[in-house]
Every structure is written in structure tokens, then in C-alpha cells.
Write a protein that binds this ligand. Structure first.
Ligand SMILES: *Cc1c(COP(=O)(O)O)cnc(C)c1O
Length: 234
């Protein structure tokens, strides 16, 4: 067994333990393996351990891996999106977690190729309120979710958040709780949402405690990243 396979098993056990501890239904939290900076061979090692969904942050790096990948996998874009890269994202990915403006959502809907199923999306919410972080403010989420949910080639699935790192568990939970409460308000407005994309290697338990349905895990599966190794492609 490779160490990637062992670490995937450990993360699955961690997810399962948190589901049990916080009275979440078994299997209600999906694992997205965030493979940015890691080569295709590591993705394939994870796939051999049964992992089918992978998250990427950099378009050129991701497209190079998707094109070279010999097996069918589900690809999620989780990084910041430059408008001039939206066409590659609309045509290569199954999910986008990082929608942070209406114009971008419209573009992705227009650019989603007809033969493909609608692109699954999450709105990224900036819950910690730092000016430097991308994501919509909660009030913007409340006004934009309706119009974005009506775009024909997108399917709005829920919210994504990357709260500022916090050491204490109660503080982490408080941040994630705000995301869930925002999602609950959207559902009360009549939107059919089923995805809360929150929790990374250092805070997945708190996210699961507060209702995450998908955790995005990089370091705990693949190890510490070396950003010099991003495969930027042509
Ligand atoms: C890199 C990244 C992750 C994974 O973070 P780890 O701390 O390595 O688990 C999750 N979500 C997003 C949006 C990322 O950019």
C-alpha cells in the first residue's frame, strides 16, 4: 500500500469518526482530494484507493492533468477564477466551488458546452470578512443566489467557504455555523441546495460538526505542498 492510500484511509476514518461523533448520517460527508501541485501519478495512486473526486486550483496545471488522465474522474475547480480562463473551466470541470461574482456565473453558463450536463456550482462566501480573501459577502450571497440559480447551464448546489485559520475548535465551529445558517436562509427562500463545501485538513471535524457535506482535503492526503512545483503548462 502506498502512503497516499494509507493517508486516504486515515482521512476516511477521520470523516467517519466525526460523522458518528456529531450525529451525522454515515456517508453524508464526501471527500474531495485537493491535488493542486501534485502530479498525475499521485492522483492515480489516490484513485487506486477508490478516490474519484479531485480538486484543482490552477487552470493550466489542471487541464494538463485532466488531458493526460487515462481514467474517468470527477474534477472540481476550487481556486480563484480569472475571467479569461473561464472557458477552460466551463468545458473541463464537473464542479466549480469558487463562484464569487454574477458576471462570472453568466459567463460559465454561456460557455458550458451543450453536450455536457449543467455545471455544478457553489457560491464562495467570505465569512471571516477579510478584505484580502475572495468570496461574496453574506448579503451578496442572499441577493445573487436567486439570479444565479436561474442560469440555464449551471446548477447551484450550495455554498463554499474557507474561513481564516483558527486554532481553537469552538472558533472554527462558530465560523462554519454562520455558513450553514446562510445556507439555511437560502433554502428557506426556496432554493434546493444540497452541498456545504467546507473543512480542510486542519478543521474538517469542526466543519462536519456544523453540517459540511463535502470536505476539501489536500495536505492530509498528499503531504505538504511545494508551490514551486505547480505544473503551469504551456
Ligand atoms: C488547497 C486547498 C484546499 C486543501 O487544503 P489543505 O489544508 O491542504 O487540506 C482546500 N480548499 C481549497 C479552496 C484549497 O485551495
Amino acid at each position: 500500500m502506498t502512503s497516499i492510500q494509507q493517508r486516504i484511509d486515515q482521512v476516511r476514518q477521520q470523516i467517519h469518526a466525526a460523522e458518528t461523533c456529531y450525529q451525522r448520517a454515515p456517508g453524508s460527508v464526501a471527500l474531495l482530494a485537493v491535488s493542486k501541485t501534485w502530479p498525475l501519478e499521485d492522483i492515480l495512486a489516490a484513485a487506486r484507493a477508490g478516490q474519484a473526486c479531485f480538486g484543482e486550483n490552477y487552470v493550466q496545471e489542471a487541464v494538463a492533468k485532466i488531458d493526460a488522465c487515462p481514467i474517468e474522474l470527477e474534477w472540481h475547480f476550487v481556486g480563484h477564477i480569472q475571467s479569461n480562463k473561464s472557458r477552460d473551466i466551463a468545458s473541463r470541470f464537473d464542479w466549480v466551488h469558487s463562484i464569487d461574482r454574477l458576471k462570472l456565473a453568466r459567463r460559465l453558463s454561456e460557455q458550458r458546452p451543450d453536450p455536457l450536463a449543467p455545471l455544478n456550482i457553489c457560491l464562495q462566501v467570505n465569512i471571516s470578512g477579510e478584505a484580502s480573501k475572495s468570496g461574496l459577502r453574506p448579503d451578496e450571497v442572499l441577493t445573487l443566489a436567486g439570479p444565479i440559480s436561474e442560469l440555464p447551464r449551471l446548477r447551484l448546489r450550495g455554498l463554499m467557504a474557507i474561513p481564516a485559520p483558527m486554532a481553537d475548535f469552538a472558533g472554527q465551529r462558530a465560523m462554519f455555523r454562520q455558513v450553514r445558517e446562510l445556507q439555511d436562509r437560502l433554502i428557506a427562500q426556496g432554493l434546493a441546495l444540497d452541498t456545504l463545501s467546507m473543512g480542510m485538513s486542519d478543521d474538517l471535524e469542526a466543519a462536519i460538526a456544523e453540517g459540511a457535506t463535502l470536505v476539501r482535503i489536500g495536505t492530509a492526503i498528499f503531504g505538504a505542498r511545494d508551490y514551486a512545483k505547480i505544473q503551469r503548462g504551456a
